[in-house]
Design a protein around this ligand. Structure first.
Ligand SMILES: *Cc1c(COP(=O)(O)O)cnc(C)c1O
Length: 364
C-alpha cells in the first residue's frame, strides 16, 4: 500500500529480511539439524527445563502467532514479536526516520523511550505537550505542528500514559490518525491497557492503516524479565519492521514463558493479579490522598499513581533511605513536584505508606 511505503526510510524500503538457518529452506521438522553450527549438547547442568536451549529459537514462533491472532482478534500478518515494546519503538524510528531529515512527535510528559530512540537515530523531536489539567492531547496543536514539520513520520501517543496514568481520549487519537492518513504513522503505546478496562485500538486497524498498536507481556502479565512485546499493525508496517529484526531476537525461555502465560490458566492468573492491583490502586490512592504532605493524587488507568507532593526529591530520598524506590518525575514537563509510585503487593504498599506516615510526621 503506497500510503505506508512512501513513508519508509529509503535504505530500509530497499532491504530484504535477514536470511538465517531457521528461515531458509524447508520448515518441516528435521530429524537431525546440522545447519546452524549449534552445539548438539544441552547447556550445563542439562536439566529438563533446559531442553532445546542449545538450539536457535524460531524468529517469530508459529504457535504464538496463532495464539495472539486469536487473542487480539487480528490476522497473523498484523503481528510482530520483539524484545519488549522498547525494541518495537526503536525499529519504528529506524524504519521510518532518516537521520537529519525526519522527526517524531510526542506529547510530554510521556514515556522517555520515544525521544531516546529518536536521539539514537539522530532525528528531531517535536513536542506538543499534553493539555492540563487532565493531560489530554492538544489535537489542534498536534495537527498544526505536523503541518509546520511535514517530515514528522511518527507520532507517539501513550494511553494510558506513563507517567500521568490516564487514558488519552480515543476520539482524539482517531481524529489525528484520520487527518494524517498517508502522511504519518500514529503509534499508540497501550502497555497498561488491561489496567484500564477499555478496548484496544487494535480493533480499528482495518479503518486506520496508519495506526500501530504496541502491547507487551511486561506490565500486565508479569514477564518484564523475559522481554516480549507485540506490535499490531497493518501488514506493510509489520513487514518493514520484520526485515530489520535481528535473526533470533526472542529467547527460547521467553517463547516458552509467554506460551505458558497465554494458556487459559495463565490468563486467569494474570486477570486475578490485575484485579488485586486495581483493588490496591484504590486503597493506596485513598491513603495517599489523606496524607498532609500529598497535594494531589491523579486518577490512574494504569498500575501506578502519579502523586504531587510537598517536595518530590525529599520524599524520594527518604523512601530510598528506608529501602523503598519510587520514581521522581518532578523534572518532567507538567509534573512538577510529582512522584510516580507503582502498585505493589498489599504488604509492599503498606510498607511504603508507613514510611510516608513517618515522613509526614517529620515534614508535614
Ligand atoms: C515499560 C514501558 C514500555 C517498555 O515495555 P517493554 O515491553 O518491557 O519493553 C513501553 N512503553 C511504556 C509506556 C512503558 O511504560
Amino acid at each position: 500500500m503506497d500510503e505506508i511505503m512512501h513513508l519508509v526510510r529509503p535504505a530500509i524500503a530497499k532491504m530484504t529480511p535477514y536470511s538465517s538457518a531457521r528461515t531458509e529452506g524447508s520448515q518441516i521438522a528435521m530429524r537431525i539439524r546440522l545447519d546452524a553450527n549449534e552445539s548438539p549438547y544441552p547447556p550445563y547442568p542439562a536439566g529438563a527445563d533446559q531442553y532445546e536451549l542449545n538450539r536457535y529459537p524460531e524468529g517469530q514462533p508459529e504457535q504464538l502467532l496463532d495464539t495472539f491472532a486469536d487473542f487480539y482478534g487480528v490476522p497473523r500478518d498484523r503481528l510482530l514479536f520483539t524484545r519488549g515494546a522498547d525494541e518495537a519503538i526503536d525499529l519504528l524510528v529506524r524504519g521510518f526516520c532518516t537521520e537529519g531529515i525526519d522527526a517524531i512527535l510526542q506529547a510530554s510528559p510521556t514515556f522517555a523511550m520515544y525521544a531516546h530512540s529518536a536521539q539514537v537515530q539522530g532525528v528531531d523531536i517535536v513536542d506538543v505537550p499534553l493539555v492540563s489539567p487532565d493531560f489530554q492531547l492538544d489535537v489542534a496543536g498536534i495537527l498544526a505542528a505536523r503541518d509546520e514539520h511535514p517530515n514528522i513520520k511518527l507520532l507517539f501517543f501513550c494511553s494510558p500514559n506513563n507517567p500521568t496514568g490516564n487514558l488519552l481520549e480515543r476520539n482524539d487519537i482517531l481524529s489525528i490518525a484520520t487527518a494524517l492518513t498517508g502522511k504519518s504513522i500514529i503509534v499508540v503505546d497501550e502497555l497498561y491497557l488491561d489496567y484500564s478496562g477499555t478496548d484496544s485500538l487494535a480493533a480499528v486497524l482495518s479503518d486506520c492503516p496508519n495506526i500501530v498498536v504496541l502491547r507487551s507481556m511486561s506490565k500486565e502479565y508479569s514477564l518484564a524479565g523475559e522481554r516480549f512485546g507485540i506490535t499490531i499493525a497493518n501488514p506493510e508496517i509489520i513487514s518493514v519492521l520484520g526485515r530489520m529484526l535481528a535473526p533470533y531476537s526472542l529467547t527460547q525461555t521467553a517463547i516458552r514463558a509467554v506460551a505458558q502465560a497465554m494458556t487459559p490458566d495463565g490468563l486467569a492468573y494474570a486477570r486475578a493479579n490485575i484485579a488485586n492491583i486495581l483493588d490496591e490502586r484504590w486503597r493506596v490512592s485513598q491513603a495517599l490522598a489523606a496524607s498532609p504532605v500529598v497535594v494531589k493524587v491523579f486518577l490512574s488507568d494504569a498500575n501506578f499513581l502519579l502523586v504531587e507532593v510537598d517536595d518530590a526529591r525529599r520524599l524520594v530520598r527518604v523512601m530510598q533511605e528506608n529501602g523503598i524506590k519510587i520514581r521522581d518525575r518532578s523534572t518532567m514537563h507538567g509534573t512538577g513536584n510529582c512522584v510516580r509510585i507503582s502498585i505493589g503487593t498489599p504488604a509492599e504498599n503498606d510498607a511504603m505508606l508507613s514510611v510516608l506516615e513517618c515522613y509526614s510526621e517529620e515534614w508535614g
